[in-house]
Unconditional design. Structure first.
Length: 97
């Protein structure tokens, strides 16, 4: 993620909080209650994001892990292309024993 992306996301969350506050006031909440409930929704959204992030971390479903796996797969495929059929047969025989 680039720095500008992080800044835009933070700004979007800030604006979303303001919009939620205005919506609550439009629905009839006073300023105090609208502020509390808009913060509650923002905190619940943050907790939800953290939970999904932790889930991706513990299941190794992160972009970095996918890139490393793709690189390893491509590297080993390239190595197999360079090997002769006899070398591949020998390698398979070593694997089985």
């Amino acid at each position: 993620m680039r720095r500008i992306d992080a800044i835009l996301i933070a700004f979007a969350v800030f604006v979303a909080g303001g919009i939620i506050y205005i919506i609550f006031q439009y629905l009839g909440f006073d300023a105090y209650d609208a502020g509390i409930w808009s913060q509650v929704l923002l905190v619940l959204g943050l907790i939800g994001w953290v939970v999904t992030y932790l889930f991706r971390v513990f299941t190794n479903n992160m972009t970095y892990h996918k890139q490393v796996k793709d690189y390893d797969d491509a590297f080993f495929a390239k190595q197999l292309e360079k090997m002769s059929p006899e070398e591949i047969e020998k390698l398979m025989a070593e694997k089985d024993s």
